[in-house]
Design a protein around this ligand. Structure first.
Ligand code: GLU
Length: 720
């Protein structure tokens, strides 16, 4: 009996038997074989016929569902609708000129052959990556686990169609026993149809084209930092309202969402807590979006106050200092009431604001904690005092109802959320106002720039100056223990742990931010171009290495000692070899660049005898190309090095530390005549005089092979 996963490609219908056999039914076959469920075959033929008559996939789907009284659309539609195939018969020749014109127009809009081809290839490559050779089937469990390592979760809205399709196929397959929709096994064509609607994102993920290409390694480092922070038991719970004092001081959650929607969470990431001051940048963003910075900043300043967050103080213009402290946030709330939505009731403004927060979070958890709201309102003498003080100083717009404004402020502080949702909000801020998971544009990029600027200078209470100095990133903390950290154009991070330091910042959250920036070059003023002792998770390991080796080898081949010196000063591993095992020394020798050869051996201490893939040493190269002066030098060097107890520099195989490099390079500059940045006439001659083809691959393909660079002591070859 057939267990039956029908999989449809073009005009053929394939059926998967329990033994994993694939039975193929060709459309032109008059009758289905006994082993093939006739209904499906009829359905397919029927659909193919209809497809010729211009139905769109969706219309067709609806029509068949209605006619056949099906609750779910048939699988065939999955293939047709998802792959957006053109519904006309490409095999029939158009008869009239008109037909021809129509056809080419339709091709123009719907086929895009190159893209289609590319996508088809991506689907096949993915299948081949995960399919079992034995059964010829792909385990969706393995595939989805692979997708997860790239940071894409199964519940990501951008792979919803894939997950829905899996359910449909599972159902059509009579709920294949022993598997769920997510662990079932599919044949090639079914797999391709299932992934097709989301193939662009999926291909990007597996090609490591996200902002953090090696997400697994990054996550490993984050876990290490998280665990170190976990052991920190300093800090005290906020106790000005009972709800905050009841938190578990051991709670510690951390969530990350990149601008490509790569997700990682660890710890108490679903425990709800109230937004408190983390709501301040968000209401400020709404006011900016609706009123523009001119209007907003005619009411509130942009300066750090240098005072406590709830201090009864205004700036010299009688305005609250900035929107991140209580006075400024109360003022922002008044702008929402009086200027953004003057016609809305308090209830409507609450809903309106919450809907912005929800959109920023990609629809993840945003709720409301009424007990916190009531307590906030009860314990609000200072906040009321701020409100009256500002009213006395005419800070508010006309028509402001202070009581409503104060309630609205407490409501914003009492909105409830968790680390998961807040990491998406932080990522939307990192992504210029576009939510990475839903791809909805929530705010304009100019708004986000302004919000991040203020967060950068005023986001962490009285620690803001030090935070800007040490961490160098926009952040906002709150008394419930939250810390929202934004790495612009990279990712959003939310850390939550209730114990606070004496300034009101979460102790573990703060430690996390500081450790993060000492490990990765995320500080606003970290240099991204030159090598440093910090990691850059944005770069692709092999891409970086490949580019470096191309530069290094070309410098050696062209006899450019100055460039070689620069590479060395930047801390680069001068022993790197390309895919063929060719080193800078091979190229300098084969091109007859004696100065380069000397520099590489005397100053960089590279090994004199690396073999390329053909077994050639640099001295062989020099000999083959008739550079006797280089041969002579290399031979005498080899003699010196190979003689024990001889006074000569040992050859370095591993990369030196940066400090070593700096010390050595300074002395080189002072003492070595071989290191002059100006080429000697001999050097210039040899640069110009070499009429032979360069031993460095001269076309773009060299980049590809150099992309597979290895160093003498690191023979790791890249993967896919
Ligand atoms: N609800 C608190 C207040 O207004 C918020 C404080 C905070 O998180 O900074 O005092």
């Amino acid at each position: 009996m057939l267990k039956g996963v029908p999989s449809l490609a073009g005009r053929n219908l394939r059926l998967l038997t329990t033994q994993g056999q694939v039975l193929v039914h060709h459309q032109h076959r008059a009758k289905a074989s006994a082993a093939e469920p006739a209904e499906l075959l009829d359905q397919e033929t029927d659909l193919s016929k209809r497809a010729k008559f211009g139905h769109t996939g969706k219309q067709l789907q609806q029509k068949i569902c209605k006619e056949k009284k099906l609750r779910a659309p048939p699988l065939l539609n999955l293939v047709f609708a998802n792959r957006k195939l053109s519904f006309y018969d490409t095999s029939s020749t158009p008869k009239t000129k008109e037909d021809n014109a129509k056809l080419s127009q339709r091709r123009h809009y719907s086929m895009r052959p190159h893209r289609e081809q590319e996508q088809r290839n991506a689907e096949d490559v993915l299948f081949d990556m995960f399919a079992s050779e034995e059964t010829g089937l792909i385990s969706m469990g393995k595939f989805l686990a692979g997708l997860k390592t790239t940071g894409i979760r199964r519940n990501d809205p951008r792979v919803r169609e894939l997950m829905d399709n899996l359910k449909k196929v599972h159902k059509l397959n009579n709920y294949e026993t022993g598997s769920s929709a997510e662990t079932q096994h599919l044949n090639r064509e079914t797999f391709k149809a299932v992934v097709a609607p989301n193939i662009v994102l999926i291909a990007k993920a597996f090609r490591q084209q996200f902002v953090i290409p090696d997400f697994t390694s990054f996550v490993k480092d984050i876990e290490d930092i998280y665990n170190r922070c976990k052991t920190n038991t300093l800090g005290k719970l906020a106790d000005y309202i009972p709800q905050l004092s009841r938190y578990n001081p051991d709670s510690w959650g951390l969530s990350i969402c990149t601008i490509d929607g790569q997700r990682f969470s660890i710890g108490d990431v679903e425990v709800p807590f109230t937004l408190q001051s983390c709501s301040k940048p968000l209401t400020y963003a709404i006011a900016l979006e609706k009123l523009g910075p001119k209007v907003v900043h005619s009411y509130v300043g942009q300066e750090p106050s240098g005072r406590n967050f709830n201090e009864l103080v205004l700036d010299q213009n009688k305005k609250p200092h900035n929107p991140m402290i209580n006075a400024g946030a109360i003022l922002t709330c008044s702008l929402m009431n009086a200027l953004v939505k003057p016609d809305m009731t308090s209830a409507e403004i609450f809903d309106y604001t919450m809907s912005w927060f929800k959109r920023l979070s990609g629809g993840e958890y945003i709720g409301f904690n009424n007990a916190v709201f009531l307590s906030e309102r009860e314990a609000a003498d200072r906040n009321y005092a701020l409100g009256f003080y500002m009213r006395e100083n005419k800070c508010f717009p006309k028509r402001t109802n202070l009581k409503e404004v104060m309630d609205f402020y407490f409501q914003c502080c009492s909105m409830e959320t968790n680390c998961e949702a807040m990491s998406v909000i932080a990522a939307s801020l990192a992504n210029g106002g576009i939510c990475p998971t839903t791809e909805e544009k929530v705010f304009r990029p100019e708004v986000i720039r302004d919000v991040l600027s203020i967060m950068h200078s005023c986001g962490t209470y009285d620690y803001s100056g030090q935070f800007a100095f040490k961490v160098g990133l926009p952040a906002k903390s709150g008394v419930s223990g939250g810390m929202m950290l934004v790495i612009p154009n990279v990712m959003g991070i939310f850390a939550w742990s209730p114990p606070l330091d004496h300034l009101g910042n979460t102790v573990r959250g703060l430690q996390f931010c500081e450790e993060l920036v000492s490990m990765f070059n995320f500080h606003r003023y970290d240099n991204l171009k030159h090598l440093s002792n910090k990691k850059d998770p944005r770069k692709h390991r092999y891409e970086t290495k490949g580019l470096s080796i191309v530069n290094l080898l070309f410098s050696a081949a062209s006899g450019d000692v100055t460039a070689l010196r620069r590479h060395r000063l930047s801390g680069m591993d001068i022993t790197l070899a390309d895919y063929d095992g060719r080193t800078a020394l091979h190229l300098a020798a084969s091109e007859g660049h004696l100065e380069c050869v000397k520099f590489l051996l005397e100053q960089c201490h590279v090994p004199h005898n690396p073999k390329d893939r053909w077994g050639n040493l640099p001295v062989d190269e020099a000999e083959n190309f008739g550079h006797s002066h280089v041969v002579e030098f290399l031979r005498s060097w080899a003699e010196k090095v190979d003689q024990p107890n001889e006074e000569c520099q040992p050859e370095a195989v591993t990369t030196k530390t940066q400090a070593d490099e700096e010390i050595c390079s300074t002395s080189d500059l002072e003492t070595s005549p071989a290191t002059s940045p100006i080429p000697t006439p001999a050097e210039s001659g040899s640069r110009a005089g070499s009429g032979r083809s360069s031993p460095v691959p001269s076309d773009a393909g060299s980049t590809a092979s150099a992309g597979s660079a290895s160093s003498i002591d690191d023979k790791t070859k890249p993967g896919l």
